[in-house]
Design a protein around this ligand. Structure first.
Ligand code: KET
Length: 397
């Protein structure tokens, strides 16, 4: 029955993380997957999440199926978090928000919806992007193209080339954009660049699709929603998939949402209905535990305050590690410019290391990063940053 199957090569990020777990070396360093580790190398359980869970346990509530679209309290809290409670689009009821199985679930539900209701639309994403963007959209039967983005020569964005490519897309094309903390490069559009992009997206009748997986890891929770709010202010219709995996350190809870900003409340109702149909025929409904955590942390003032402080601390620790890595590498390789470690934002830095150098780092030094040269800076800590910098210096000629 199944002998004709092709073997699955594995996912480059998840397989590497598995290989790291199996590596017996005690001084190994995991910079592979986009997970925040604390200074002891552990995935933290935030106190606000523990408190939310304690509340849920104390209430001893039943565990019915959630509605297809997820818990109302979480969906409302997500809208307030992303757009601001007072935003005109929120007040007008023209945003269709669905609780999803992580932001990955949201990205895919949105792609399935687009395939069904805008069947001629292709998707265009940054070069490079998170590899799974392509896989998810192609998996939904959507053609995927790329627009120029990262410039290895300057370490910045090829903004003119990006604009030209986007301006040439057919109307109704989906333009996938990282709302903040670009994965894998750590290089974001400036606010001025976003402001230039939005009128063009509107003129060309394009459909922006924002991925907001690292909210709070750039400048701050509200600051990192800048692009979301700018697009919502502009009156454009667009998608935004957002994640709590990283911002609340609840990876395995699969907590995320998909919001579609529409032109009016009636349209939002139609969109929500068809998103529900998409979910029902796929995984039926999302997880109640994830909804309980997220809605409590976002709406209970005490938990919310603690969460905001935790996010600021996680962001600050990553920035400290960026400075340490930069200082040690600069000292070991004088004359080389490692300034990009300081200017790139969020969890990731794009080191420019070749696949061969990445292999050497893993094999000889037990330092794991994906072969594109992306490192997860949050895998560094005061105990391993110097060793990691020395290993990197050793493989850089
Ligand atoms: N979007 C982006 C840009 C992203 O980097 C990830 C995860 C996700 C969505 C998925 O989020 P979730 O809400 O948990 O479904 N990225 C890391 C882990 C992975 O590849 O799954 C990573 O890039 O390492």
């Amino acid at each position: 029955m199944f002998q004709h199957l092709e073997p699955y090569a594995g996912d480059p990020i998840l397989s590497l993380n598995d290989a790291f777990q199996k590596d017996p070396r005690t001084d190994k360093v995991n910079l592979s997957i986009g997970i925040y580790f604390d200074n002891e190398g552990r995935i933290p359980v935030l106190q606000c999440v523990r408190d939310a869970e304690a509340q849920m346990l104390a209430e001893g509530g039943a565990k019915p199926y959630l509605p297809i679209e997820g818990a109302a309290a979480m969906r409302r809290a997500v809208q307030h978090l992303l757009f601001g409670a007072e935003h005109a689009a929120v007040k007008a009821g023209r945003i269709a928000t669905l609780q999803t199985v992580g932001s990955s679930g949201g990205l895919r539900v949105g792609a399935d919806f687009i395939k069904r209701w805008l069947p001629g639309s292709a998707m265009c994403m940054s070069d490079p992007s998170w590899d799974n963007h392509r896989a998810m959209f192609e998996g939904a039967g959507i053609a995927v193209h790329a627009y120029p983005y990262y410039d290895p020569a300057t370490g910045g964005v090829r903004f003119d080339a990006m604009r030209e490519a986007i301006a040439a897309l057919p109307a109704r094309s989906v333009v996938l954009l990282h709302a903040c903390c670009h994965n894998p490069t750590g290089v974001d559009l400036s606010r001025e660049q976003w402001q230039q992009l939005v009128p063009m997206l509107r003129q060309r009748e394009l459909l922006p699709y924002l991925d907001l997986a690292y909210q709070g890891y750039g400048d701050g929770i509200a600051e990192d929603a800048y692009a979301v709010r700018l697009l919502a202010d502009s009156g454009l219709s667009f998608f935004v998939a957002n994640s709590f995996s990283k911002s609340m350190s609840v990876y395995g809870e699969r907590a995320g949402a998909l919001s579609v900003v529409c032109s009016d409340a009636a349209e939002a109702e139609l969109v929500l209905g068809q998103l529900k149909a998409t979910v029902r025929r796929n995984y039926s409904s999302p997880a109640i535990h994830a909804a309980g955590i997220v809605s409590r942390v976002l709406t209970d003032p005490k938990l919310r305050g603690a969460w905001e402080a935790d996010v600021a601390a996680m962001r600050g620790r990553i920035q400290t590690m960026r400075r340490s890595l930069h200082a040690t590498l600069s000292a070991k390789k004088p004359g080389r410019d490692f300034g990009y470690f300081l200017t790139q934002r969020g969890m990731f830095s794009y080191t420019g290391l070749s696949a061969a150098q990445v292999d050497r780092l893993r094999e000889q030094y037990g330092v794991y990063l994906i072969r594109s040269g992306r490192i997860c800076v949050a895998g560094l800590n005061t105990g391993n940053v110097e060793r990691t910098a020395s290993a990197m210096a050793a493989v850089i000629d």
